[in-house]
Write a protein that binds this ligand. Structure first.
Ligand code: CA
Length: 229
């Protein structure tokens, strides 16, 4: 799973432009034109970064920014604010309210993409890394290839996504519900036992002979991928 970006912006042509270019870079994109919907979408989609327009119908960008910072689960979510040229006072207020970066319209797409990547690299490096490494395992997102101790590991598409989610969250316990959301998507009607089945398959693919099992079962909580041997 690549980083997910939420765009909160009511200017349709700009949204189209940004969405197109972000997707071309491999990001997944969700969008809303309404400030009021933004907070709900945040909770549902759990994006890795938010592009927030200053002037929005409904709730203003700065108010959304304030609310994102006030909530425990989104407190450190990276935010880039967009504003019209010359609103210097807005710029200062935006940064004071907790935006991480600020871009003045009109801006070049390449500059925009560079800022997004820079911010993500700081905030969640594991979401944009091309290669994830841990416990002898190397997951190459470009080649879509998994190896362990240098040997090729053959995994199905579901096990691949599952492993990717584990390796993005090394050392962190993931509940079955979180694994379901991350690997199958929120819309799926898969049940939690299916998670166990696929974790079992993934383990079988990863572990040869006396090699350590990188996935630890945490009773009553879920699973955790241990980063080290
Ligand atoms: Ca606007």
């Amino acid at each position: 799973m690549s980083a997910k970006i939420l765009i909160v912006e009511d200017e349709e042509s700009l949204v189209t432009l940004l969405t197109y270019n972000l997707k071309a870079e491999g990001y997944s994109v969700v969008h809303t034109a309404s400030g009021t919907d933004a907070l709900m979408i945040l909770q549902e989609e759990r994006p890795d970064l938010v592009i927030l327009d200053w002037m929005l119908p409904g709730l203003a960008g700065i108010e959304i920014c304030r609310q994102i910072r006030a909530r425990l689960d989104t407190r450190s979510l990276p935010i880039i604010m967009l504003t019209a040229r010359g609103e210097e006072g807005d710029r200062i207020r935006g940064l004071q309210t907790g935006a991480d970066d600020y871009i003045v319209k009109p801006f070049s797409v390449s500059e925009f993409l560079a800022r997004v990547t820079a911010l993500l690299r700081r905030a969640s490096p594991e979401r944009i890394a091309n290669v994830l490494v841990g416990n002898g395992i190397k997951l190459d997102r470009v080649a879509h290839r998994v190896t362990r101790f240098g040997r090729e590991v053959n995994v199905g598409p579901t096990e691949y996504r599952l492993l990717e989610q584990f390796m993005e969250n090394m050392g962190r316990v993931l509940s079955r519900a979180q694994l379901l959301d991350g690997t199958w998507g929120r819309e799926s009607d898969v049940d939690e036992r299916t998670v166990d089945v696929h974790v079992g398959r993934l383990r079988k693919a990863l572990v040869r002979g006396t090699e350590p099992d990188p996935i630890r079962t945490v009773r009553g909580a879920g699973y955790v991928f241990d980063s080290d041997l």
